[in-house]
Write a protein that binds this ligand. Structure first.
Ligand SMILES: NC(=O)c1ccc[n+]([C@@H]2O[C@H](COP(=O)([O-])OP(=O)(O)OC[C@H]3O[C@@H](n4cnc5c(N)ncnc54)[C@H](OP(=O)(O)O)[C@@H]3O)[C@@H](O)[C@H]2O)c1
Length: 273
């Protein structure tokens, strides 16, 4: 199992000197910082002496991360907000622009995963609204609101997407995949449009990571996967290198093959699931 994990999930650890060279004294915004990948990213960047603005609903976790950052001599602020609440998000975007005149990195990482078949969703339109609002709309809102702040530093926006969007759409995942794929398309379009003022968009097509989100599925829980810390290292690695996206090596091989044989996969989905 360890060998398989080592092959499929190679680490992208960055030494502290490199992290500090890229993040020390920089302003970094992280959504979904209260747990999982975003929490580990915040811890990593506190060690790298970054200044942090942390966002999620759970206030206690954000306060304790900010205290840890302040005790280590960094500046840190937070906002406890439900990013699906449109009017709260609108006001927050106005406030954030004033609070952060300069932003070097915006990690849009807060996300919600949902697995429910369409045949069980006839009276559940709200599932799609909520997933789109968090996984897609909050990316757009924060990226637009922080454009002046990112422009002033030639900053970077890093979106935590999912590797599953690279493969034929699997039953049950329509809300999650549609929201993540909408975000991917938006990031790729924005990358072209923001290029003139130096802001770069980056997409992490993240494979399985053991967090509260994925571990609700007992099958996923037993599979080899990245830890939240290893996934956070991937986000930091993507942020500071020249690449526009990250995906594991095997996705570069298997995703084109999967699309080539997608009629067979769709037949399987229609008749066997
Ligand atoms: N885990 C995986 O296997 C995997 C694979 C591919 C991609 N991803 C992506 O990675 C990202 C992070 O996921 P994770 O695995 O670290 O999940 P997680 O442990 O469940 O953490 C999700 C984070 O998002 C925040 N969040 C959730 N709903 C929110 C809302 N309505 N408003 C504001 N913040 C909200 C949560 O904080 P609060 O609950 O405190 O609000 C938490 O900090 C997601 O975008 C996910 O789609 C994960």
């Amino acid at each position: 199992m360890d060998l398989l994990k080592g092959i499929l999930y190679p680490k992208h650890t960055i030494d502290l000197t490199t992290l500090k060279r890229n993040f020390e004294g920089k302003w970094v915004v992280i959504t979904g910082a209260s747990r999982g990948i975003g929490y580990e990213l915040a811890k990593t960047l506190i060690a790298a002496k970054a200044n942090l603005f942390l966002i999620s609903r759970s206030e206690d976790e954000l306060i304790s991360l900010c205290e840890e950052a302040n005790n280590a001599g960094r500046k840190a602020m937070y906002k406890a907000i439900d990013l699906r609440d449109r009017s709260a998000l609108e006001q927050f975007c106005v406030d954030l622009k004033q609070q952060l005149p300069e932003v070097d990195y915006l990690f849009v990482n807060a996300g919600k995963s949902i697995h429910r078949k369409l045949t069980d969703s006839f009276d559940r339109l709200h599932d799609f609204d909520r997933t789109m609002d968090l996984n897609f709309r909050s990316l757009v809102a924060l990226s637009l609101a922080l454009q002046p702040s990112l422009k002033s530093t030639k900053g970077k926006i890093i979106y935590t997407s999912s590797i599953s969007t690279l493969y034929p759409s699997a039953p049950g995942w329509s809300a999650y995949h549609a929201s993540k794929e909408a975000a991917n398309v938006w990031c790729r379009t924005a990358d072209a449009e923001f290029a003139s003022f130096g802001v770069k968009m980056k997409i992490a097509y993240m494979p399985l990571v053991h967090t509260a989100m994925s571990d609700v599925n007992s099958v996923y829980k037993k599979m080899p996967a990245y830890s939240a810390k290893e996934a956070a290292d991937i986000l930091a690695y993507l942020a500071i290198n020249r690449r526009r996206s990250y995906m594991p090596w095997w996705a570069r091989i298997s995703a084109p093959i999967a699309y080539f044989i997608s009629p067979i996969i769709r037949f399987f989905y229609r008749h066997l699931i």
